[in-house]
Design a protein around this ligand. Structure first.
Ligand code: CA2
Length: 156
């Protein structure tokens, strides 16, 4: 399949942006009770059970997220990203994703379209291969499952 190398082991990157380190600690009505560690563990379990690798990173700093997307150009098949508030502000992060050739799945825990108007626009969505919004932290798992489906199709 175009864009997916036919390797047996795929390296997947899970990126979370600003404030997502607070998952499970505040605003449970919006973001639920699961922590970022819980999320990373469940995505890791899915990816590694299928024989692939996962690197998980979170940062409150825009440049760190950009640097990880740059690094991903070498050897990362797919990125699952929740850019946090940088979703709505960062042309720089979009530019980094535009320089990356693998799969990109954008996840938002909350339904940004039911929230303030400034959350309705995403700079990343036009680059993403899939977008999962408003499914709670399960959205990360859904993105991982979609990537595994695409990898299996490419392998077959
Ligand atoms: O719904 C999402 O996943 C968001 O990307 C979360 C961002 C927000 O700026 C986006 O509009 C939508 C905010 C992340 C804040 O995360 C917290 C988690 C728990 C407690 C406080 C903040």
């Amino acid at each position: 399949m175009a864009g997916i190398p036919e390797t047996i082991v795929a390296n997947i990157l899970l990126l979370n942006g600003p404030n997502l380190n607070l998952l499970g600690t505040r605003e449970p009505d919006v973001y639920g009770h699961e922590t970022l560690s819980d999320v990373e563990a469940s995505v890791r379990d899915l990816i590694e059970s299928a024989g692939h690798t996962l690197r998980a990173e979170q940062s409150n700093r825009e440049y760190e997220l950009i640097d990880w997307v740059h690094e991903a150009r070498d050897g990362i098949t797919a990125i699952i990203v929740n850019p946090g508030a940088f979703t709505h502000t960062s042309i720089a992060l979009l530019d980094a994703f535009n320089a990356y050739e693998g799969l990109v799945f954008e996840v938002h825990v909350s339904n940004v379209h039911k929230r303030e108007a400034f959350r309705h626009h995403s700079y990343i969505s036009g680059r993403a291969d899939g977008i999962i919004v408003g499914c709670g932290v399960q959205g990360y798992e859904l993105a991982a499952r979609r990537i595994l489906t695409l990898l299996a199709l490419a392998d077959g």
